[in-house]
Design a protein around this ligand. Structure first.
Ligand SMILES: *[C@@H]1O[C@H](CO)[C@@H](O)[C@H](O)[C@H]1NC(C)=O
Ligand SMILES: *[C@@H]1O[C@H](CO)[C@@H](O)[C@H](O)[C@H]1NC(C)=O
Ligand SMILES: *[C@@H]1O[C@H](CO)[C@@H](O)[C@H](O)[C@H]1NC(C)=O
Length: 363
C-alpha cells in the first residue's frame, strides 16, 4: 500500500517535470554556454593543448549589514558593486541578520565568496514557488525559484544559510517546487552552510561542487540537478510528512562525469524517504560511510517513472553505510553494494578534480 501511494504521488510530480522540461533544458543550455565563455577568459591556450590557468589577482573585502554597519544593506547591492569580468578575489562579509531578498551572481563575476557570521546567524531568504509568476507573467518553474542563484565560476560560501520560506506542499500538490539555492557555475565550494526548504531545496544544477559540513533540509528531491558534486560530513535532514526523497540526479548519458557522491554524511529526520531517484537516464548517486536514521523507505531507491528502464542504466551505490536505515539502502537489486575498488573514486576530492581548486585544509 505504501508503494501504491508513493507511486501515484511521484507520478504527479513527474508530469510536472515533463511540462517544465523544455524550460529546464533551456536553462541548462544557457548555463553551460555562459560557463564556457567565462572559463575561456581565464585561461590561455598554447599550441600544445596545454591550459595554463590564470587565477584571480588581488583581494577586495565588501561588507554588508542589515543594521547599517556595513557598506551595503543588501547582498545584491554588494554583488552589483563588483565590476563585470571581475578578476579579483572578492570577499563579501555579511553580518548577522535576515536578508529578505532574491540574489543572483551573474556569470561575469567569478571569485566571489559570501561569508556569514554563522549558519544560524546570517540568512538570505526568499519565497518563490514554481507556480508563481515572474515579471513577464510566465510561471517561474523550478529552476527560477531559487532565493540565491549563482551562475559564476569559483563561487564560495561559508557559515551562512539560504532559505526558501514558501510553505511545504502536501504530497501530490503541483507547482510547489521552491529552491533555496541554485549553483550553475563551475568549481563552487561551500562550508558550514545551511540550505532550508521543502521540495527541491538545493538545485545542484551544473559544474563541479564541494559541500563540506553543510546542513541541507527538505522533503522531496531536496538535492537535485546534474552537478558533479561531493558532499562531505554533511547532514541531510528530511522534513517529509508522508513520503519524500533526498537526491534526484539528472545525468543523461554514460559519457557525463556528473554524479552526487555523499561521504560521511548523516541522514536524519522524518520519513519514509527514498535516498535517491533516477531523474536522468544515467543518474549517478553514491553514499559512502553514511549514517541513516530509521527513515528509509522499503526499496530505498526509485527509478522515477517505472517506464524507461532506468533500473538498468542508473548507477546507485552504497559503501560502508550504517545506522538503522542502512539495510533499506541496499533494498533493490539494482543499487550496488560497492567494494573499495569501485567506491574509491567517489571517496576522494579528485571526483570533482579538487586538487586544482580546493585547498587541502578545506577538503
Ligand atoms: C570574455 O571576454 C570577452 C571579450 O574580451 C567579453 O566580451 C566577455 O564579456 C568576457 N566574459 C567573461 C565572462 O569575462
Ligand atoms: C565558520 O564557523 C566555524 C564554526 O563556528 C568556525 O570554526 C570557522 O572559523 C568559521 N569560518 C569562517 C570563515 O568564518
Ligand atoms: C526494471 O524496471 C522495469 C520497468 O521499467 C521492470 O519491469 C523490471 O522488473 C525492473 N527490474 C528490476 C530488477 O527491478
Amino acid at each position: 500500500m505504501a508503494s501504491l501511494h508513493s507511486n501515484s504521488f511521484f507520478f504527479f510530480y513527474y508530469l510536472f517535470y515533463i511540462s517544465s522540461s523544455l524550460l529546464l533544458s533551456l536553462s541548462l543550455l544557457t548555463s553551460s554556454v555562459s560557463a564556457g565563455s567565462s572559463s575561456a577568459n581565464y585561461s590561455t591556450t598554447n599550441h600544445h593543448h596545454h591550459h595554463k590557468w590564470v587565477g584571480p589577482v588581488g583581494h577586495r573585502v565588501i561588507t554588508v549589514d542589515v543594521s547599517g554597519l556595513g557598506e551595503f544593506l543588501s547582498v545584491q547591492a554588494a554583488v552589483d558593486s563588483v565590476p563585470e569580468n571581475n578578476r579579483m578575489n572578492v570577499l563579501i562579509q555579511i553580518g548577522a541578520g535576515f536578508y529578505i531578498e532574491k540574489v543572483v551572481v551573474p556569470a561575469t563575476k567569478p571569485y566571489i565568496t559570501f561569508q556569514g557570521a554563522g549558519r544560524e546567524l546570517t540568512v538570505i531568504e526568499w519565497h518563490d514557488r514554481a507556480c508563481d509568476r515572474g515579471s513577464n507573467g510566465q510561471q517561474l518553474r523550478t529552476y527560477q525559484t531559487a532565493s540565491v542563484t549563482v551562475y559564476a565560476n569559483y563561487f564560495s560560501a561559508r557559515n551562512i544559510s539560504f532559505t526558501n520560506t514558501a510553505p511545504a506542499p502536501l504530497p501530490g500538490m503541483q507547482g510547489m517546487q521552491a529552491a533555496a539555492f541554485r549553483i550553475s557555475g563551475d568549481k563552487a565550494y561551500f562550508s558550514g552552510c545551511g540550505f532550508y526548504g521543502a521540495q527541491d531545496t538545493l538545485c545542484d544544477d551544473a559544474g563541479r561542487h564541494y559541500f563540506k559540513e553543510c546542513y541541507i533540509e527538505g522533503s522531496i528531491d531536496f538535492i537535485f540537478g546534474n552537478g558533479r558534486s561531493m558532499y562531505k560530513d554533511c547532514e541531510l535532514h528530511s522534513i517529509a510528512t508522508r513520503f519524500g526523497s533526498i537526491a534526484a540526479h539528472d545525468r543523461k548519458s554514460p559519457d557525463e562525469k556528473t554524479g552526487f557522491a555523499f561521504v560521511r554524511c548523516r541522514v536524519t529526520g522524518s520519513g519514509p524517504i527514498y535516498v535517491g531517484r533516477a531523474m536522468g537516464q544515467y543518474s549517478r548517486i553514491v553514499y559512502s560511510y553514511t549514517y541513516f536514521d530509521d527513515l528509509v523507505a522499503h526499496g530505498g531507491w526509485d527509478d522515477w517513472d517505472h517506464v524507461s528502464n532506468k533500473n538498468k542504466t542508473a548507477y546507485f551505490g552504497v559503501y560502508k553505510c550504517w545506522g538503522p536505515g542502512s539495510k533499506n539502502v541496499r533494498g533493490v537489486s539494482w543499487a550496488r553494494e560497492l567494494d573499495y575498488e569501485s567506491a574509491h573514486r567517489f571517496l576522494v576530492k579528485s571526483f570533482v578534480n579538487g586538487r586544482h581548486w580546493i585547498a587541502p585544509a578545506d577538503a
